[in-house]
Design a protein around this ligand. Structure first.
Ligand code: ADP
Ligand code: MG
Length: 349
């Protein structure tokens, strides 16, 4: 594994082009805020915006999006819809991650002091989740009427490169402990392989402690004492559950961002990947998660000062209590954006 994921070269003048996939629900309005803030802050990034028609029976739009990400190396993404309920039509979000081999989903979960109604305070943990296999293989069939089988696929190679990513991350960021989350007491072969592989990789990182925990106990421990965790290493579905629990403890779906990494491409998006169809177009969606994803992207591209400028404006706004209803605040999406713009202006003067 490369120690640092590859960063696309800038064009002449230091500008980058990034693929923008607004997706469905609140995706388009959140992306319009990102564009507005980037323009205001003078960020040297151009977007190649691609809309994926949710009603289309073909995957032409998705193929085009994937080609664009291959060219640009980096994307910012909302949640893409797949309307078809047919078995065999796979989720476009899953297809995109698989096609680009984005085998790592990394979430850095940090509390905001300004979110005063959060259920737990002072959380600072990292979730490293397998992102391309496990329970998301989408290989299901009805073997005889009334009997359905679903395949969960765990491979040594994916488990190993994910574990290596987790330990490299821990080493780079001075983290002390990795906890493997599993259900190897029941799924002895599949989760057993995932757990065994993490133990093998851990031997190469003697300065980092390895522990493990069963997924059900993990959920209970997270709710009652999340501070015991440092880096969590998990399979795909458990990772989804654990991510949602942690985001719920910190302030919900609208706050944190996630990164999808492979050896060649990186896709940034809100941590819990929600569509938010029921709150779209109402000026109530929390824009912070998508903005955090955009800031992560800037940092990845090496635009450090722009990333810091926007990050500081976001943090000041949230910690001043200018937050949307989902976080217990009284501000609209627009109020939050206006205050972020104000903070950027103040910092530039
Ligand atoms: P999914 O896309 O998985 O169906 P939903 O879109 O239903 O998930 O989102 C789950 C919940 O989180 C909903 O209650 C939704 O309103 C809320 N939610 C998601 N994103 C945001 C956001 N950015 N701001 C506020 N609430 C959000
Ligand atoms: Mg929904």
């Amino acid at each position: 594994i490369k120690k640092v994921m590859p960063i696309p070269k800038a064009h002449y003048g230091g500008r980058h082009t990034v693929t923008l996939l607004p997706g469905a629900g609140i995706g388009p309005e959140l992306m319009s805020y990102v564009k507005e803030i980037f323009r205001y802050a003078g960020v040297p990034v151009d977007f190649e915006e691609i809309h994926i028609d949710p009603n289309s029976d073909t995957n032409d739009d998705l193929d085009y999006a994937i080609t664009s990400i291959r060219r640009n190396g980096v994307a910012l993404k909302g949640n893409i819809e797949t309307r078809s309920k047919d078995v065999g039509v796979i989720s476009r979000n899953v297809a995109l991650r698989n096609e680009l081999d984005l085998y790592v989903n990394a979430l850095h979960c940090v509390s905001y002091p300004g979110v005063t109604n959060s259920r737990q305070k002072n959380i600072d943990l990292v979730i490293i989740r397998q992102n391309t296999e496990g329970e998301y293989a989408m290989l299901e069939h009805e073997s005889v009427p009334g009997v359905v089988e679903s395949m969960k696929v765990i491979t040594r190679s994916n488990s190993e490169r994910l574990a290596r990513y987790a330990f490299e991350y821990a080493r780079r960021h001075g983290r002390k402990k990795v906890t493997t989350i599993h259900k190897a007491n029941i799924m002895k072969l599949s989760d057993g392989l995932f757990l065994e592989t993490s133990r093998k990789v851990a031997k190469e990182y003697p300065e980092i402690a390895l522990s493990d925990m069963i997924i059900d106990n993990t959920c209970m421990q997270l709710v009652s004492n999340p501070h015991q965790f440092d880096v969590m290493l998990t399979t795909n579905l458990y990772g989804s559950i654990v991510s949602n629990v942690v985001c719920g403890l910190l302030g919900g779906a609208g706050l944190l961002a996630g990164k999808n990494y492979g050896d060649h491409y990186t896709v940034f998006e809100p941590a819990t990947r929600n569509t938010g169809a029921s709150i779209a177009g109402k000026n109530i969606a929390n824009p912070i998660a998508m903005l955090n994803a955009a800031v992560d992207m800037l940092r990845h591209l090496g635009h450090k000062s722009h990333a810091a400028l926007i990050q500081n404006a976001i943090n000041k706004t949230v910690n001043a209590g200018i937050i949307t209803k989902d976080l217990g605040g009284a501000s609209t999406s627009r109020d939050v954006i206006d205050n972020i713009l104000k903070c950027i202006k103040q910092a530039q003067n």
